[in-house]
Design a protein around this ligand. Structure first.
Ligand code: 5RP
Length: 232
């Protein structure tokens, strides 16, 4: 069972939740891309839904599939958001932002009545933090914000952990769809995600961070079961 098969199985399970007329938040990443492909098939077969994309990459993918799109200005309330995650714990707390779309992903998820996570079951963790925590920061005051983020991490019991600036494929500093920089905090473990979240939000240059706490309602995690994929 390949990783794409598992992503497709999780995406297919989430697609069962989609009903005609729904206003959907559409996530970013390879698992969300599997969902977009399956949703595109349903749309071409006559399903009428409208989606708000969480990134420019997702907007382009949805347009290619013929999925009708809107903005959150036009549709401030959504029925259901389907998105991937980098880590999921037993309390449905997430790390997201591996695809640099965390800000739009969080705005869209919070505008939705329900957020469903789709992922390979390998994303399930006991303690969040093995995946580097993305922190989106304003470019203005970048150095000062970097130092303030380091202080916030130290106060959260994560002193001395490396913080790096995310680069793009060409090795240049990455800018998000919103024109911000991204820091990745290599923490290993986050003993108190809520405490860390509050400390990061208290830093003025921090635009958003990748801890999604109390936002996801359900997670469909796909694992291999013999030659089949089982979604749990
Ligand atoms: C993008 C994200 C993605 O949902 C996350 O990185 C998971 O991606 P993938 O499905 O490719 O593993 O948060 O910002």
């Amino acid at each position: 069972m390949s990783a794409p098969d598992l992503r497709r199985a999780a995406a297919a399970r989430a697609l069962e939740l989609v009903e005609p007329g729904m206003r959907l938040g559409i996530g970013t990443g390879s698992t969300a891309a599997a969902f977009i492909a399956l949703l595109g098939d349903r749309v071409r077969a006559g399903l009428d839904v409208i989606g708000v994309p969480t990134s420019e990459a997702t907007r382009i993918a949805c347009e290619r599939e013929g999925i009708r799109l809107a903005t959150l200005e036009e549709l401030p309330e959504l029925d259901l958001t389907i998105d991937g995650a980098d880590e999921v714990d037993a309390n449905l707390r997430l790390i997201k932002g591996g695809g640099a779309a965390l800000l739009r992903e969080k705005i869209v998820a919070m505008a939705s009545r329900r957020m469903v996570v789709i992922a390979d079951a390998a994303k399930r963790v006991e303690t969040l933090g093995a995946f580097p925590l993305p922190i989106e920061v304003n470019v203005f005051g970048f150095g000062a914000t970097w130092r303030a983020v380091e202080k916030a991490l130290a106060e959260s019991g994560c002193a001395g952990k490396p913080l790096t600036r995310r680069l793009d494929a060409a090795g240049e500093p990455l800018l998000t769809d919103g024109g911000h920089a991204l820091l990745d905090a290599h923490l290993g473990a986050i003993p108190d995600p809520e405490g860390l979240s509050a400390r990061l939000w208290a830093v003025p240059g921090v635009v958003e961070h990748g801890l999604f706490l109390g936002i996801a309602d359900t997670a469909y995690l796909a694992e291999a079961s013999g030659s089949e994929a089982r979604v749990i």
